[in-house]
Ligand binder design. Structure first.
Ligand code: PLP
Length: 284
């Protein structure tokens, strides 16, 4: 495997960053995970937009032009021969003696890796996923895709110990913010898709964005409003969306079985729409 580190393509096992990289010492950086489908990056433009927005919020300069960043990502995908999988990109503020404050002249570090993920190609999800609810203990700028993921790590580890692949995170008002590494959705009794509106409370998922568009184009009603954990437990369907899961039906939240305990038809339709979208992508 080949990785990209600060201007070089190197063997994965020899790919290292400096011990005083601020990404290591302060989680002072942002990242993107971009799906690769039939060798093509999915929604690359929106991912680069979100990267730029996060960097701007943190006052970190882009490590290179968009064109160069895009080239590096394609090159990492090509050099690793990825057909179905992901490319990971991380940009940190840079290397400096450990001090909380930073100097504006720092050169950002940029790393990229790629990995095969054949499981993404499953067209039908037969069993769906069980999730547990956890208190959302993260900070108040969850819209920034920072590498400071300890709350997510702890939540997902707790889920794994309970035999669940995901969590639904719940804020102090009992409302679902998002999942551990995906956006949370429910389907109400009228068949409407419900998902929390964008804001500082959730990550603006790229899959969420594409799904909202695909659903509306297909005549499905999407309502962007907060929903409570109780509402989700009583919903007709629930699911979560992300770069690696696309649309993953939820069949149980804590002890509450969703619908008849099988993936629902709205989730299945949305997943099919998303797969059609992926299969229709062309190189740009
Ligand atoms: N929410 C969180 C906290 C995430 O970590 C992720 C992805 O990793 C998402 C939502 C989904 O975002 P995307 O669809 O861009 O993968």
């Amino acid at each position: 495997r080949i990785a990209y580190v600060n201007g070089r393509y190197v063997p994965h096992r020899a790919a290292t960053v400096h011990i005083e990289d601020r990404g290591l010492q302060f989680a002072d950086g942002v990242y993107e995970v971009i799906a690769i489908w039939r060798g093509l990056p999915v929604d690359l433009g929106p991912h680069l937009n979100r990267l730029e927005q996060g960097l701007t919020e943190l006052q970190i300069p882009m490590p290179a032009s968009r064109r160069v960043v895009a080239h590096v990502l394609r090159e990492v995908v090509r050099r690793n021969g990825i057909g179905t999988g992901i490319v990971y990109l991380q940009v940190n503020r840079g290397v400096a003696p450990r001090l909380h404050t930073w100097d504006h002249g720092l050169r950002p570090s940029m790393i990229a890796t790629a990995r095969r993920m054949p499981s993404m190609a499953r067209t039908v999800i037969e069993d769906g996923a069980k999730v547990i609810s956890v208190e959302d203990i993260r900070w108040k700028r969850r819209d920034i895709k920072t590498v400071g993921l300890l709350p997510n790590v702890l939540a997902k580890q707790k889920a794994q110990a309970a035999g669940c692949p995901e969590v639904f995170q719940v804020d102090g008002d009992g409302m679902v913010t998002e999942a551990g590494a995906s956006n949370a959705w429910m389907v109400d009794q009228d068949g409407r898709l419900i998902t929390r509106p964008l804001g500082h409370e959730i990550l603006p998922g790229i899959t969420r964005r594409t799904l909202v568009r695909l659903a509306r184009d297909a005549g499905m009603e999407v309502v962007e409003r907060p929903f409570s954990l109780e509402e989700a437990k009583a919903a007709r369907e629930a699911f979560f969306s992300s770069t690696t899961n696309f649309v993953m039906p939820v069949v149980q939240i804590d002890d509450a079985v969703i619908g008849n305990g099988k993936p629902g038809s709205v989730s299945a339709r949305l997943r099919a729409l998303y797969l059609d979208y992926l299969n229709g992508l062309t190189p740009d």
